[in-house]
Design a protein around this ligand. Structure first.
Ligand code: AMP
Length: 218
């Protein structure tokens, strides 16, 4: 069993690495950002409550996100483990996760923290990012670093690619502010547990994936 947490500022490469891990180790990628965007699009109660926070680049309140993750972890596809991408983002979330896992005699095995020293690079990655909105696909492209074969269309299914409404310079500033306010305490929480491994998100995805595999002992 391998239970991983991926942390890092927006654009650090968490999603890309999570997709690779999912492909190789067949572990579900549980992205709270993706789950919240789906809830918002479906117009659920949760989606309606979360929308204003998300649109402003602010964190959605802990109790909403914690409930959503608890439900997701009960889906029955996590027997071999899971990859949490974008959760926990606060100490309260980290504590709630520990409690949830303890109930099932489970634990987190590694927390991979992706860092990118040059924040200009995050801007470039985020503002050039396009993704496939088709359910179950979610492939991510970049206008210069990873363009699709046909401009504006997903390589896998030809769906028209979309840009996230919060992937703008203005919203990125707010999202980074939230990361800098809350992430250090979460990292400290997991450091105390001896679970943190730093990843250099400045490097190209293949090299970073090598670091990831080393960190998880593969
Ligand atoms: P992401 O796709 O991880 O960048 O998340 C997009 C947005 O969803 C964030 O800017 C938050 O508004 C919200 N969000 C995602 N995960 C969390 C979380 N663990 N706690 C609070 N808000 C979250």
């Amino acid at each position: 069993m391998l239970n991983l947490i991926l942390m890092g500022p927006p654009g650090a490469g968490k999603g890309t690495q999570a997709q690779r891990l999912t492909a190789e180790f067949k572990l579900p990628q549980i992205s709270t950002g993706d789950l919240l965007r789906a809830a918002k699009q479906q117009g659920t109660e949760l989606g309606k409550k979360a929308a204003g926070f998300m649109d402003n680049g602010k964190l959605v309140p802990d109790e909403l996100v914690i409930g959503m993750v608890e439900e997701r972890l009960q889906k029955g596809d996590t027997n071999a483990g899971f990859i949490l991408d974008g959760f926990p983002r606060t100490v309260a979330q980290a504590q709630a996760l520990s409690a949830m896992l303890e109930k099932h005699r489970m634990r987190v095995h590694r927390v991979l923290v992706f860092d990118v020293e040059n924040r200009e690079k995050l801007k470039e990655r985020i503002t050039g990012r396009w993704s496939c909105p088709k359910e179950g696909c979610g492939a991510v492209y970049h206008t210069t670093n990873k363009p699709p074969k046909v401009p504006g269309r997903c390589d896998n299914d030809g769906t028209a690619l979309v840009q996230r409404p919060d992937d703008t310079i203005a919203k990125l500033g707010k999202r980074l502010g939230e990361y800098d306010s809350f992430a250090p305490a979460v990292i400290a929480y997991y450091k105390t547990l001896g679970l943190v491994e730093g990843m250099n998100g400045d490097l190209n995805p293949d090299v970073v994936y090598g670091q990831v595999k080393k960190a998880i002992g593969q």
